[in-house]
Ligand binder design. Structure first.
Ligand SMILES: *Cc1c(COP(=O)(O)O)cnc(C)c1O
Length: 367
């Protein structure tokens, strides 16, 4: 059985955890600080603030960017639900804009039509690990005085023109969940060049207290702290991040090479100047392909290759968004993509036999 994702953990992570357990300091402490410094240096960004999930990172970032009740945030309907739920957590209004077929991410042309006086933030996703095309959105953000939050939960380590994921907005959110490029089970990180945003993040994760004066509460806050146990695992993963990314990219290159000629099958394309994070390797099965997507998936499952559908139903068709008035037909491109996409295992734990087996299985099936 070849799984869709698999964390790569070895003695380094095991020993890191044992070290923390022996130290007796389990909650947020020196290891968290070390991780923050490590991630900030890696991304070449001034501040990194660790929290206990990617969702918490998005929520914390929105709070710290002053997104409040009634503020409108424009995002994609074709993403993981946390991108949009974080807006609701701050009492904001989720304004979806349709995606483009090129990169399955929000179409800048659709964004401008959604901007109103209440628009405070645009929240693009570095979907599947590829950095979003921020240039056009930055022009809009400057023109209308809107902030940008980068959902980088899938893209740690990705690069566009030598700029790292996590540096494209006023703030960004990473996830350290088990299926992500690096993991400590659960975890998240906010990155920003703004000291003001970073300071607010530190308070928000810690019940609204500044880290200097305890039991003095400046605003509502949450318990979003990461533990030193998790941070120690994430630090061990950071040692391997470039190996992981290289492996994901070389697996993707083998797949692209094998699949690009197949009728009706669209392979993912890394933009020029881009180091793709390949959190997911996502094909599109169009109606020109020899079978339906469902038959394709069933065939691969039958051969022991687990695929994923990211995402089978766009967010605007889920109950808590239809309640707001969204309905089928609102975002035709997102709706179409959700019927076409299928992600293959791409993770660094794949052996070359696994990669070859996946290629052989698909090429034979498509014949
Ligand atoms: C994983 C993910 C999140 C949420 O991260 P968690 O760590 O699971 O809370 C948010 N947005 C996107 C796009 C993700 O892939």
């Amino acid at each position: 059985m070849i799984n869709i994702s698999k964390p790569v953990l070895d003695d380094a992570e095991v020993n890191a955890v044992i070290g923390v357990l022996r130290s007796g300091m389990l909650a947020q402490g020196e290891k968290v600080k070390e991780l923050e410094k490590r991630v900030a240096d890696f991304c070449r960004v001034k501040h990194a603030v660790a929290v206990n999930s990617g969702t918490a990172a998005l929520h914390t970032a929105l709070y710290s960017m002053d997104i409040n009740s009634g503020d409108e945030v424009i995002t994609s309907p074709f993403t993981f639900v946390a991108s949009a739920n974080s807006i609701l957590m701050q009492g904001g209004k989720v304004v979806f804009a349709d995606v483009s077929e090129n990169d399955s991410n929000i179409d800048p042309n659709c964004i401008e039509k959604k901007i109103t006086k209440r628009t405070k933030c645009i929240l693009p996703i570095d979907l599947y690990g590829q950095i979003y095309d921020y240039d056009k959105v930055k022009i809009l953000a400057d023109k209308y005085g809107i902030k940008i939050l980068e959902d980088a939960c899938q893209s740690i380590g990705a690069e566009q023109d030598s700029k790292m994921a996590g540096t494209f907005g006023d703030a960004a959110a990473f996830s350290l969940y088990a299926t992500k490029t690096i993991t400590c089970g659960e975890g998240g990180i906010v990155t920003t060049d703004s000291l003001e945003i970073a300071d607010k993040c530190r308070m928000f994760r810690h019940h609204g207290q500044s880290e200097q004066t305890r039991y003095e509460y400046w605003d509502i806050g949450y318990n979003y702290r990461l533990t030193d146990i998790q941070a120690a695992i994430a630090l061990a993963q950071m040692d391997k991040i470039n190996l992981f990314l290289d492996k994901r990219n070389s697996n993707a290159a083998s797949f692209n090479n094998a699949f690009s000629g197949i009728t009706g099958l669209i392979v993912p394309i890394a933009k020029p100047g881009n180091r793709h994070g390949y959190h997911q390797y996502t094909l599109r099965i169009t109606n020109k392909f020899k079978s339906s997507r469902e038959d394709f998936v069933e065939h691969l499952n039958g051969k022991g290759i687990r695929c994923g559908i990211y995402y089978p139903k766009p967010l605007h068709l889920h109950k808590h968004f239809t309640k707001m008035g969204y309905c089928a037909g609102d975002f035709p491109v997102a709706e179409k993509l959700s019927k076409e996409v299928v992600s293959l295992p791409i993770h660094p734990a794949l052996s070359s036999d696994d990669v070859n087996f996946i290629i052989k299985t698909i090429v034979n099936y498509a014949r």
